[in-house]
Design a protein around this ligand. Sequence first.
Ligand SMILES: NC(=O)c1ccc[n+]([C@@H]2O[C@H](COP(=O)([O-])OP(=O)(O)OC[C@H]3O[C@@H](n4cnc5c(N)ncnc54)[C@H](OP(=O)(O)O)[C@@H]3O)[C@@H](O)[C@H]2O)c1
Length: 261
Amino acid sequence: MDLGLAGKRAIITGASKGIGLAVARTLAAEGVYVIGGSRDTSDELKELVAAGQAVEVLVDLSSETGPGQLVAGALNEGPVEVLINNAGAVTPRTNGFVSVADEQWSYTLNLTLMAAVRTARAVLPHMLEGRRGVIINTASVNASLPDPLVVDYSAAKAALVNFSKALSKEVGPHGVRVNTVSPGPVATDLWLGHDGVASTLASTLGGDPGKYEETAVQDTATHRFTTPQEVADLIAFLASDRAANITGADYVIDGGLIQTL
Ligand SMILES: NC(=O)c1ccc[n+]([C@@H]2O[C@H](COP(=O)([O-])OP(=O)(O)OC[C@H]3O[C@@H](n4cnc5c(N)ncnc54)[C@H](OP(=O)(O)O)[C@@H]3O)[C@@H](O)[C@H]2O)c1
């Protein structure tokens, strides 16, 4: 299926690895020029840069100014038709809610919610002027499956979905679409890496990481992690004009983890 994305420019946050890298590669293969934002680069993202398909911008998106700087730099070089707010991180709160300090709540809210608010605020005047644009925010099943183990992350993702829906109503009549994608467990460093959720739970609660990986997907219908590429394919579709009348939607991609209709 030709997604008709060739020649467009997309900002992708968290493009250095995991889901963001898969999105960057997928969109680049469709002929999109990628502006990738993250704190560190990666060999994989460097490959896209070397091929002339991307530029990397090293930025802390949890800061007040980082998101705006990323967007301003991108707009200086040309138009931006697609914004994918994907950067994120999660820290299991194994000592319970009371142990989660204000600074930890602030960091999570800044990275999960405010980074998307700030990039959207920076890019929207440009998109509205052109009466054309797509914003896709990576949320999580935890937006609707609140979990005390990731209490701040769950609340922040719920806020991200709520914010995205509200924004879609305001900008929809002016040609800009806003959607969220809500994955269940995805096979990236966030879950499976050295400091990922499975390893953190194993080192603090006992057992081995494999046990927590199994538990994460035991209630799914497919009994496996989603791949980053599967999330990227969904995001690429939503970014394209094939999804031209899809806005204000939240697409769950979780192997059937959420049991309710
Ligand atoms: N993996 C899952 O199971 C899962 C499930 C549901 C939702 N999600 C969501 O999907 C998104 C991507 O997660 P992932 O699984 O691909 O994680 P990942 O492999 O750990 O990648 C996270 C990306 O975000 C960037 N990032 C993190 N903190 C940042 C900061 N302060 N400033 C700038 N960039 C930052 C990272 O780069 P640097 O570290 O170099 O900054 C990296 O590029 C996140 O929003 C996550 O919440 C993931």
